[in-house]
Design a protein around this ligand. Structure first.
Ligand code: HSE
Length: 400
């Protein structure tokens, strides 16, 4: 019997219970043993809920149970999740989590703790919701030297940008819909300002290099300045605005960035719509590979947690190799990232813009009060210098 406990009976936690119950027979066949959700930890009671009797309020009941095998930490946040996770791992109980905040902050320490107690700390659901991406990086892609990762890693913001693009929805309505569908963080600032994505790309970057990329070191720009007009221009250019995370190894070192980009219709990430996510990876001998699926939402995220439970159950008393130590990676300066910029200025600044920027193409989206264009490849320092000469920029978006 594999005994499982779920910490936090919210969106993902209740999804974990549902996935285990719905697919019990399949899961048991894959594990080769019975599985049971023995406890659910939450501060609240759930009268009338079918799993009401499993709800406990004291974590000690779970962590002191000698028959406990795997704990699913779906509480989110740093504390008490960090303390609970350490207590479980110290006792040899594996932990599977969807908590990217905790993984991004303490991943190497928790992996080391698990390894020294012959159990596992698994975090497939922390990046890309239901998309298998951590496991491919730790197994299927181990023959590769990965030098580039680019992803749409947030369901809420991809949903918002899709609704704005396809239905002309305004930002606030689209965000509300994403919240109602269970995609958004408790505080959606983390979604729209890119902090959620910076944690996810920090985790992926760390797994690429095997060291610790601190999400706080990653240049991060949100999507709150993206407007209906930007999307009109994107349409005129056969492009879409996508909120991307990039991580690249260059001759100068490791670089990572989170920002909205204009993505061409020909690019594989262009067709990633709604709450779907995708991760595009380049390996030196494999070339390009892409992973696609639901990046947020109760059951897809829970499915990834439960897949980790299956892995833990198959490896009781053994460690699954995850190479991630706590040597901190010094990221290169994001200001040096070179790409074309799409720029909008008021129509009366057209001449100033023409002399300040090297313009590759003027863009006409039928907005008479503006002059819009795409520059040649420049870095952010060059962009800022030219923008300062113009003195008045309505918005600018990088092109991938
Ligand atoms: N708020 C996150 C998102 C949840 O929208 O992608 C999944 O990490």
């Amino acid at each position: 019997m594999i005994n499982v406990a779920v910490l936090g009976y919210g969106t993902v936690g209740s999804g974990v219970v549902e996935v285990i119950e719905t697919n019990k027979k399949d899961i048991e066949r894959k594990i080769g043993a019975d599985i049971e959700v023995k406890y659910i930890l939450d501060l609240r009671d759930f009268p009338g809920d079918p799993y009401e009797a499993k709800v406990v309020h004291d974590y000690k009941t779970i962590v002191n149970d000698p028959d406990m095998n795997v704990i699913c930490e779906t509480m989110g946040g740093l504390e008490p999740a960090f303390t609970f996770t350490k207590e479980a791992l110290s006792k040899g109980i594996s932990v599977c989590t969807s908590n990217k905040e905790l993984v991004a902050a303490h991943g190497p320490e928790l992996i080391r703790l698990a390894q020294s107690n012959k159990c596992n700390y698994m975090f497939e659901a922390s990046v890309g919701g239901g998309i298998p991406i951590i496991r491919p990086m730790n197994s299927a892609l181990t023959a590769e030297h990965i030098d580039f990762v680019m992803g749409i890693l947030n369901g809420t913001t991809n949903y918002i940008l899709t609704r704005m693009d396809e239905d002309g929805a305004d930002f606030a309505d689209a965000l509300k819909e994403a919240q109602d569908l269970g995609y958004a963080e408790k505080d959606p600032t983390a979604d729209v300002e890119g902090f959620d994505i910076s944690r996810k790309i920090a985790i992926l970057s760390s797994l690429v290099c095997g060291h610790y990329v601190n999400y706080e070191d990653i240049y991060t720009e949100g999507i709150t300045k993206i407007s209906a007009e930007d999307l009109k221009y994107a349409h005129a250019m056969n492009k879409a605005v996508k909120f991307l995370a990039l991580s690249r190894e260059t001759h100068e070192g490791f670089f990572a960035m989170v920002a909205p980009f204009m993505v061409d219709r020909e690019h594989p990430l262009y067709m990633v719509r709604d709450a779907f996510n995708a991760v595009f990876i380049h390996g030196n001998t494999l070339d390009n590979t892409m992973y696609y699926g639901r990046g947020a939402g109760k059951l897809p995220t829970a499915s990834a947690v439960v897949a980790d439970v299956v892995d833990c159950a198959r490896h009781l008393g053994k460690c699954i190799t995850i190479l991630w130590d706590d040597e901190r990676v010094e990221l290169t300066d994001a200001n040096k990232y070179r790409c074309p910029y799409f720029v909008r200025v008021p129509a009366d600044k057209a001449d100033a813009a023409k002399s300040a920027f090297k313009i590759d193409k003027v863009i006409d989206a039928g907005i008479a009060s503006e002059f819009a264009f795409v520059t040649g490849e420049i870095d952010n320092t060059e962009y800022e210098a030219s923008a300062a000469k113009v003195g008045d920029v309505i918005n600018r978006i990088r092109l991938i």
